[in-house]
Design a protein around this ligand. Structure first.
Ligand SMILES: NC(=O)c1ccc[n+]([C@@H]2O[C@H](COP(=O)([O-])OP(=O)(O)OC[C@H]3O[C@@H](n4cnc5c(N)ncnc54)[C@H](O)[C@@H]3O)[C@@H](O)[C@H]2O)c1
Length: 272
């Protein structure tokens, strides 16, 4: 109080140098390559001072993720497929051994059969429907359930959704239904875990060129369309998503849970 203005400026720059996630430890699952949204999130968390375990779905991906994390002193890689119970148990064990408890968990994974990401939604098979919902939505529930004992009080959990959850988007089809389920799961999980101060939120990025996104027919047209119509005319991509993820992992968002945070240059508010 009452500090001179010049000292105030110095104080402010010192505050800016403070890293938002200093001392925090957490997980980002999963990463395929350096274009993965999860990788941008993991890198941003690390650069803000966090320790990060990065998930790879299988042995082949683990090799690549292992190479990526090798350059970062506070990152390590782990193999985890959400559909394999022993992988999930090993993940909880790994968190316990490496961190004791986790301060953040970032679910950044989805899957649907290629044939279900084109043409008419009505043609979705029962099997394809089940696979998409299981891998892309139920996995958040099982991840929270498995990690609950090793989540720190006040931890932050987040998942990645897309506008196709509430609006129809050509070819997105069953993945839109899976994202609707994912968002609903996040709200129910927010209620279950809220008493411990644990927050569960969803980020909803606009279309970004990644391996998963290329599974949706017509991705490049989607990207051009959104960039044309969105209120903000600047480029956006993995880095913008990572910035919002850091906010959600940090104590700055302590009062935010059960929310969908759009990171799409504002495209979702445009009617006509
Ligand atoms: N790229 C976009 O345009 C976009 C837009 C909105 C939301 N999202 C969402 O962002 C998240 C990350 O996708 P991305 O675009 O970075 O693509 P990506 O291909 O880089 O990442 C998807 C990841 O999901 C993992 N995965 C799939 N099945 C899994 C399983 N059974 N167990 C463990 N991991 C599994 C894959 O291994 C892969 O690493 C997804 O939820 C996606 O739907 C992407």
């Amino acid at each position: 109080m009452g500090a001179p203005l010049t000292a105030g400026r110095h104080f402010f720059s010192c505050r800016l140098a403070h890293m938002l996630l200093e001392g925090k430890k957490g997980l980002v699952v999963s990463v395929t390559n350096k274009n993965s949204i999860g990788w941008a999130v993991a890198e941003a968390a690390h650069n803000q001072g966090a320790h990060v375990i990065v998930g790879a779905q299988n042995e082949r991906m683990l090799e690549r993720v292992g190479e990526l994390v090798a350059d970062y002193p506070r990152m390590s890689a782990v193999q985890v497929d959400f559909g394999i119970p022993s992988d999930m148990e090993a993940l909880a064990e790994r968190v316990k051994n490496d961190f004791g408890t986790a301060d953040f968990v970032v679910h950044s994974a989805a899957f649907a059969q290629r044939e279900d990401l084109q043409g008419r939604f009505i043609d979705t098979s029962r099997e394809g429907f089940g696979i998409a919902l299981d891998v892309s939505a139920y996995s958040l529930v099982s991840l929270c359930k498995t990690l609950e004992p090793v989540l720190a009080d006040d931890a932050s959990v987040m998942a990645m959704s897309y506008l196709g959850s509430t609006r129809t988007v050509g070819n997105y089809n069953v993945m839109g239904v899976a994202k609707a389920a994912l968002e609903a799961c996040a709200r129910y999980l927010a209620v279950d875990l809220g008493p411990r101060g644990i927050r569960v939120n969803v980020l909803s990025p606009g279309p970004i060129n990644t391996v998963a996104a290329r599974g949706v027919k017509g991705l490049t047209d989607m990207i051009t369309y959104v960039h044309d119509k969105a209120p903000l005319k600047r480029e956006f991509g993995q880095q913008e998503v990572a910035g919002s993820a850091v906010y959600l992992m940090s104590d700055l968002s302590k009062g935010v849970t059960g929310q969908i945070v759009f990171v799409d240059n504002g495209y979702n508010v445009v009617g006509m």
